[in-house]
Design a protein around this ligand. Structure first.
Ligand code: ZN
Length: 512
């Protein structure tokens, strides 16, 4: 019968536990010093070795040779019994299916009896966060006054779901995700031991999609073995692993992101079409694109490749794609939002195409078919005079003097200019001073006072003589819709623009 790799390769002693050096060292130290705690909490994501370590620890506690070896011997009768799961001293409870108070009450009855042989009774409670509140309360009583011979090991992927009373009674160990380097090394060893030839990049890819969970990596590897290993004794390639996972290859990701950055819609759509016809998993492609953009972003900020867990050559490839970090962040944001929406969009290809077109086209052209993306809430000033002064919510990156404008207006000697200008907004762009006025009529009145306004303005803002003054009407509803809620004094602005590089330029004028 075929044994799944993750069972076959399950570590049997502390030395074979991958990537948890600190935890293993502490546990071994406790064994040699005979300073054993009564309750342990092993937390961490799936496939990081929690249960395996708990079982090794349980054997080491009972094995007569462990004191000497620092490891369970795995050959004595005690070890053999535990390994074969016929020992009455090591009891594994799956809390996902035995989570009730009755199960724990039963356990409390049992713990009273000393071990039939050996020194310790070890209870390993897997998925401990699944226990009910009543079960936790029942367990707590045992944890408070455990019999000398009893040791609890609670394993969980979700420690925050455990009550504080339980947590405070356990010695806690946080199992780390296994690093890509550790994982690749281990997988290589496993494959060598089994006489399987596999390309290192293939293992690197498996390690990166498993996200630090050894069990996931081994089950992908298992699928590869059953699919690609035959009598001809071939080497498993990266291409084969990617085919199996329906993943898009690295080159396509580089090509796709290049097309994105160059706003080459056609090239980007061709890559999607190719991935689709090759039967690739497009939702995975979206996660891969996000990961790729993140790698470019990180690469642009670092000099060594260890943060990215990649080779120096790959780091350079990412660096070559470097973009403005804000731009990359906005792409990541767009794709992540799209990924969230995928649940509601059954047609992944269509979704990815829409996202691509949106990001590679001029945003203005498709604005009309877009729904408002972000909602910005602006607090309306409390004491609103009859006619409120225009305000700039966000300004363009050019020089502006919004804050000084009111001061400037106040010191004008011509009352009519003062009153009208105070309701305007003002912006300097190159050699032009723009004054945004509420209405055409007002522009005419202000034009007549230009000879008075211009010199005052140039002097106050210290502008060159050649500066031209432009009076213009700014359409408040340009690119935005404004919903006014008089109930709570709030104005909601729906910004139709989604491209972060374009700011909203919008003097709001509201009258009451
Ligand atoms: Zn032994």
């Amino acid at each position: 019968m075929y044994t799944a790799l993750y069972r076959k390769k399950r570590p049997k002693d502390f030395g074979s536990v991958i990537g948890q050096k600190a935890i293993v060292a502490t546990l071994k130290n406790q064994l040699s010093m005979q300073r054993i705690s009564h309750a342990y909490l092993f937390s961490g994501t799936r496939g990081t070795g929690k249960t395996s370590t708990a079982k090794i620890f349980a054997r080491a506690l009972n094995c007569p040779q462990s004191q000497e070896l620092g490891e369970p011997c795995n050959v004595c009768e005690t070890c053999q019994d535990i390994l074969a799961e016929r020992s009455l001293n090591v009891i594994e409870i799956d809390a996902a299916s035995n989570n009730g108070v009755d199960n724990i009450r039963e356990l409390r009855e049992e713990v009273k009896y000393p071990p039939s042989s050996g020194t310790h009774k070890v209870y390993i409670i897997d998925e401990a966060h699944m226990l009910t509140v009543a079960a936790f309360n029942a367990l707590l009583k045992t944890l408070e006054e455990p019999p000398q011979h009893v040791i609890f090991i609670l394993a969980t992927t979700d420690p925050q779901k455990l009550p504080a009373t339980i947590l405070s009674r356990c010695q806690r160990y946080d199992f780390k995700r296994i690093s890509k380097i550790d994982m690749v090394e281990t997988l290589l060893d496993y494959m060598k031991a089994d006489n399987v030839a596999i390309e290192t990049p293939a293992l690197e890819y498996i390690a990166s999609v498993s996200d630090g969970a050894m069990r996931d990596a081994l089950s992908i590897l298992d699928q590869c073995l059953s699919l690609y290993i035959n009598a001809e004794n071939t080497t498993i390639t990266l291409q084969q692993v990617q085919n199996l996972l329906g993943a898009v290859d690295q080159a396509s990701l580089f090509a796709y992101t290049n097309a994105l950055f160059n706003k080459d819609t056609q090239a980007a759509l061709e890559i999607i079409a190719k991935a689709f016809t090759e039967g690739r998993d497009l939702s995975r492609m979206i996660s891969d694109i996000i990961q790729h953009l993140r790698n470019i972003l990180v690469a642009s900020q670092i000099t060594t490749s260890d943060i990215l867990d990649c080779s120096a050559e790959t780091l350079q490839l990412y660096k070559n794609q470097a973009q403005n970090p804000l731009q990359l962040i906005s792409y990541i944001k767009e794709f992540s939002e799209f990924q969230n929406q995928l649940r509601f969009l059954p047609q992944e290809r269509l979704a990815l195409e829409v996202c691509t077109i949106k990001l590679t086209s001029n945003i203005q052209e498709i604005q009309n078919i877009q729904k408002p993306q972000t909602v910005q809430t602006v607090q309306k000033p409390q004491n609103i005079p009859n006619v409120q002064t225009a305000q700039t919510v966000a300004t363009s990156p050019t020089t502006t003097a919004g804050n000084d404008w009111q001061t400037f207006c106040n010191q004008l000697t011509d009352t009519a200019s003062k009153v009208m200008l105070k309701k305007c907004t003002f912006e300097i762009k190159e050699n032009y001073a723009y004054i945004y006025v509420e209405s055409e009529e007002r522009i005419q009145t202000l034009q007549m006072r230009k000879d008075f306004i211009k010199p005052s303005l140039l002097e106050y803002y210290n502008l060159p003589q050649e500066t031209a003054i432009v009076f213009t009407v700014q359409n408040v509803y340009n690119n935005t819709t404004i919903n006014e809620n008089t109930e709570n004094n709030e104005i909601t602005i729906n910004d139709l623009k989604t491209d972060l590089t374009q700011k909203i330029k919008m003097p709001i004028t509201y009258e009451k």
